[in-house]
Write a protein that binds this ligand. Structure first.
Ligand SMILES: NC(=O)c1ccc[n+]([C@@H]2O[C@H](COP(=O)([O-])OP(=O)(O)OC[C@H]3O[C@@H](n4cnc5c(N)ncnc54)[C@H](O)[C@@H]3O)[C@@H](O)[C@H]2O)c1
Length: 308
């Protein structure tokens, strides 16, 4: 039997995620949205690309959660993206209501599923989704760190004029402008970038990474990034469905790890068939730890606006 992947929210990120899913033949896809006809239209269009692209999957669109029943994975992208000038935190109230409704329906139809959440403000929405759904922390995971690390890798590759395949970047913390890129752990062919670039160039890359989402929002003027966010989400889906035991930065509920409790936050985890199979704690310098705490305090102030 093929795996079943439901994607709730068939907008830019959701529909593009469905596209990656089909191209990589990860499993059957259910595209779900509240807008009548739109997920059905996008799903049919994607299905009709199968004969050209040679993927052979069941892809359907729906407005009914019944069609998502017994999903192996549910990706949640339902919610508003930010507009120029907005922070992700400005979305807490409106997206909080959406996430509450979505999660109640998701777990009612797929109690054993693993949920990957994408909706912003990411860390706060993962916390809310965990609270509403009652899912164990292994099965409710937020996507942010893979995207933020990918952005940093793209900037490092451009700066050094090397293949992106040689670059491995490490970004932890919350998915906001206070995220924590870690140059010491970011490498090119195994060499830390601190040995390859002067401090001012590293600082410029760190700042561009932190504001990477905002850079795209101001260029697009309407909507936010979707190609890289959906690709990052699909890396998590693939790691879980193929039980790859891949170590990736993801937003998970912390219970004392990194000195933080009762918060969802970006840290390296091992992703496999059970979802989060291990939380990996790395050594941090005093400055890095302070940056993590600063990032966590921003998430906590966003969480305080939640009505739990
Ligand atoms: N975590 C990340 O790295 C990351 C990256 C990019 C975008 N995002 C976030 O992802 C979300 C989606 O972004 P987008 O660009 O796809 O936006 P979009 O507006 O294109 O799509 C959102 C979709 O959600 C649907 N929706 C709204 N309420 C719903 C409900 N109750 N049930 C089901 N569907 C519902 C809308 O109809 C719409 O089609 C935003 O919150 C955005 O900020 C996160």
């Amino acid at each position: 039997m093929r795996d079943k992947i439901s994607i709730v929210g068939a907008g830019f990120v959701g529909a593009t995620a469905a596209h990656w899913c089909a191209v990589k033949e990860l499993g059957d896809v259910v595209l779900m949205d509240v807008v009548d006809g739109m997920p059905q239209g996008k799903a049919l269009d994607l299905l009709e690309a199968g004969p050209v692209e040679k993927y052979d999957l069941r892809i359907i669109g729906t407005n009914d959660y019944q069609d998502t029943a017994n999903s192996d994975i549910v990706v949640v992208t339902a919610g508003l993206p930010r507009r120029p000038g907005m922070t992700r935190e400005d979305l807490v109230s409106v997206n909080g209501k959406i996430i509450r409704e979505v999660m109640e329906n998701v777990v009612a139809h797929s109690p054993n599923t693993i949920v990957i959440l994408v909706t912003n403000p990411l860390d706060t929405m993962v916390y809310l989704a965990k609270h509403v759904s009652g899912l164990p922390r292994e099965r409710i995971i937020g996507q942010a760190g893979i995207l933020d690390s990918a952005r940093m890798s793209a900037f490092v590759a451009m700066e050094l004029n090397v293949s992106v395949e040689n670059v491995h970047s490490f970004v932890l913390g919350g998915h906001g402008d206070e995220m924590v890129p870690l140059p010491r752990y970011s490498t090119v062919a195994g060499i830390p970038i601190t040995e390859l670039l002067p401090p001012d160039r590293i600082e410029a890359i760190v700042q561009r990474t932190r504001k990477g989402g905002g850079e795209i929002v101001s260029l697009l003027k309407k909507g936010s990034a979707f190609f890289a966010p959906s690709a990052a989400t699909m890396q998590m889906v693939e790691a879980i469905l193929k039980d790859r035991k891949q170590i990736l930065p993801c937003a998970v509920y912390l219970d004392g790890e990194y000195g933080l409790s009762d918060i969802c936050f970006g840290v390296p985890v091992k992703l496999g068939a059970k979802g989060v199979e291990q939380i990996i704690e790395i050594q941090l310098t005093e400055n890095e730890r302070a940056a993590m705490e600063q990032s966590a305090s921003l998430i906590r102030s966003s969480m305080s606006a939640l009505e739990l």
